[in-house]
Design a protein around this ligand. Structure first.
Ligand code: ATP
Length: 647
């Protein structure tokens, strides 16, 4: 991080704060002159004061807006630094996956990066600004109060401020944990709705069938089963909104927010369970918890703002008390001139305002503490996971310059004495005595020893949840394994296709280039069409061209891909594999949504391209495309056998 820009910003802010503090003194003097002109009837003094006032107030306003501008820039700059820092770590060594798969301490990492950092840096910048301008005002007006009144004037203002500070502190302490919880609940609530958006079609389809089965039997006329007009209207109403009409009946309005605890009452939960769709119910339960905690935040905030406002509003009375001291209590003066009162009062008010900036800071500290806790725990977990060897299966790549035989099977990284990964030049993948677990520590399989030679496809079959995909994750390096040795080519020689295809934001060409991008490489139009034509989906290129030409929407290339069928999506990711032609490909049920005829074609093309495939699948039709079978059973036994194609 380059510290020059933040330091320059803080320096500029300091300069503006000095300017603003200094010029503010003249506002008091000008006010005093205006009052004097009233009491003496001096018209010239009046005009002179108003004219000077215009200049002073104009410059003051400029200083004020400049300070706000610098504060906004500081927030922007800190956000940039912090966000890039966390992003750099987050995307390193697939940490985003590891945090979600292996760590339960970080809820909603996306919210922490996208929203919490922004709020934190904005708030921090305004607090820093208050901390710079506050002391300046306090020091300067302590001096002015002392010179224009007496030594006791600043002392009384100081005592008043410390009283306010301690009262506020009592209220702030419990607010930190409440604010922290609120941020978490907001993130969970947003995530829930995000899931509804992502799975909107599945949810709608499920609820359509649910409502159909729940739908009350319609009355039919005794005489005939033909529908009367009123029946048909009734029917259309029931089916019009498949997910809500039935549930809207007897719906309880959610206007009450329940108790102030973060969870909702059992009675309400039961009611929700009876009346609403699963997603609607979950969203409402989540929202109820959020509202309950928000109510606590509002109540505590009320206490905090009441005490801080009370101290702010009472400060003029304290000032008048200070000014009255020599006349009514100390009897050192018989009376004060109006201009004298104006200047003294103004100086006391400014001193109090310097302190009230601290009180404002203290009201923001509880919010700030919540953000600090969420962001720092994210950074802490990121660096812990990043530096933890137990998550690590690969730390460096093979030295390609060294082509000696020794380097072919060079031991790259040894995490513990009993497990290691070796990288080779691509001749095979060997699993030697591998024992692996789920991230939650449940053992999957022990002592697997398998050699996947180049050119000999391997099929992994077994019951659902037995650990087939997990083995792919272990080979890939996503999951650590407990014991054994893996000897495999470097990551760029192995390609992975998951069951759920991953399409990026971008054009079809970019889908195929991924994980490369257009900046790295381009695919000639002819080659792209040939690739798509081989798997009979070249019509997608035409569709994309049509959408591009008609330019119906700005981000057309992103949106229309979401509406592709699962089969089309799988075919696009298969084309990606064929285009990249790696030495090995790990296909995790990656052809499950395409017809068998196309599946056959895929394996045939892969053979032509010398891609050795390790497939995970359930279809018996897959057997004919593979040479070996790794079979899992539900008793955690594994069997490695050669597939006899003559049977
Ligand atoms: N991130 C995770 N944390 C904890 N457990 C997990 C995680 N991912 C998978 N598991 C568990 O590990 C076990 C093996 O999962 P895996 O995905 O390997 O099954 P599979 O054999 O590929 O199943 P399927 O045929 O249904 O795809 C399952 O019990 C699963 O619930």
């Amino acid at each position: 991080m380059n510290p020059v820009i933040p330091l320059m910003l803080v320096g500029t802010l300091f300069g503006f704060a000095v300017g603003q503090t200094y010029i503010s003194k003249y506002t008091g003097i000008i006010l005093a002159n205006v009052y004097q002109s009233f009491t003496t009837g001096d018209k010239k003094l009046f005009y002179e004061s108003v004219f000077k006032g215009l200049g002073v107030i104009g410059v003051s306003a400029l200083f004020d807006s400049s300070i706000q501008f610098i504060v906004a820039l500081m927030g922007w700059n800190w956000r940039k630094t912090l966000c890039f820092y966390i992003q750099n770590v987050y995307f390193k060594k697939s940490l985003f996956y590891k945090i979600i798969a292996f760590n339960d301490n970080i809820d909603n990492p996306d919210q922490r990066i996208t929203s919490d950092i922004d709020k934190f840096t904005t708030l921090l910048a305004s607090i820093v600004s208050n901390c710079i301008t506050g002391p300046m005002v306090v020091i300067y007006y302590t001096y002015l109060c002392y010179t224009t009144i007496e030594w006791y004037a600043p002392l009384i203002v100081y005592a008043y401020f410390f009283l306010g500070y301690f009262v506020n502190k009592l209220v702030i302490s419990p607010m930190v944990s409440i604010n922290y919880l609120q941020d978490k609940l907001e993130g969970d609530f947003r995530y829930l709705h995000q899931r509804v958006r992502n799975f909107s079609e599945s949810i709608a389809l499920f609820n359509y069938s649910k409502n159909k089965s729940n739908k009350p039997k319609r009355k039919t006329s005794d005489a005939s089963t033909t529908l009367r007009k009123s029946d048909s209207v009734d029917f259309s109403e029931e089916s019009a909104d498949e997910s809500t009409v039935i549930n809207r009946k007897n719906r309880t309005p959610f206007t009450k927010t329940g108790n102030t605890k973060s969870s909702i009452s059992e009675e309400k939960r039961k009611k929700l369970e009876e009346e609403f769709l699963v997603e609607e119910r979950q969203a409402k339960i989540q929202f109820e918890s959020l509202l309950a905690n928000k109510k606590r935040v509002i109540f505590w905030n009320f206490g905090l703002t009441t005490t801080s406002d009370l101290f702010t509003y009472l400060s003029p009375l304290v000032n008048y008390f200070i000014i009255a001291m020599p006349v009514f209590f100390l009897h050192t003066k018989s009376a004060l001139l109006p201009a004298e009162v104006t200047v003294q009062s103004y100086n006391c008010i400014m001193l109090a305002s310097g302190f009230s900036q601290y009180i404002n800071v203290s009201t923001n500290i509880s919010d700030l503490a919540g953000f600090i806790s969420r962001i720092s725990s994210m950074i802490e977990v990121c660096s812990k996971v990043l530096n933890d060897d137990s998550y690590e299966t690969e730390t460096s790549s093979l030295n390609e310059k060294d082509g000696s035989n020794d380097s072919l099977n060079q031991e790259i990284h040894v995490n513990t004495t009993n497990r290691s990964i070796r990288l080779n030049q691509g001749e095979n993948i060997i699993l030697d005595d591998i024992t692996y677990f789920t991230p939650k520590g449940n053992q999957l399989f022990s002592n697997i020893t398998v050699c996947i030679e180049k050119g000999k496809n391997l099929l992994i079959m077994g019951p659902s949840g037995s650990g087939k995909s997990s083995l792919i994750r272990v080979i890939n390096g996503l999951w650590p394994f407990f014991k054994g040795r893996i000897n495999r080519p470097e990551s760029d020689k192995i390609f992975f296709l998951p069951q759920q295809p991953y399409l990026i934001f971008g054009e079809l060409e970019e889908q195929i280039l991924y994980p490369l991008s257009k900046k790295d490489k381009r695919i000639p139009k002819k080659q792209l069409r040939e690739l798509f034509a081989r798997l009979d989906i070249d019509y997608l290129l035409d569709r994309e061209n049509f959408i591009k030409k008609s330019a119906q929407i700005n981000d057309l290339t992103h949106n229309w891909l979401n509406s592709l069928s699962p089969g089309e999506q799988q075919l696009i990711s298969i084309i990606r594999l064929l285009y990249h032609s790696p030495q090995f490909a790990l296909l995790d049920e990656a052809t499950s949504s395409i017809p068998q005829s196309l599946e056959e074609k895929v394996y045939q093309i892969a053979k032509e391209l010398n891609i050795t495939i390790i497939s995970v699948g359930h279809r018996v039709s897959l057997l004919k495309h593979h040479d070996n079978l790794l079979r899992f059973d539900k008793y955690k036994n594994w069997f490695f056998e050669e597939i006899d194609h003559n049977q």
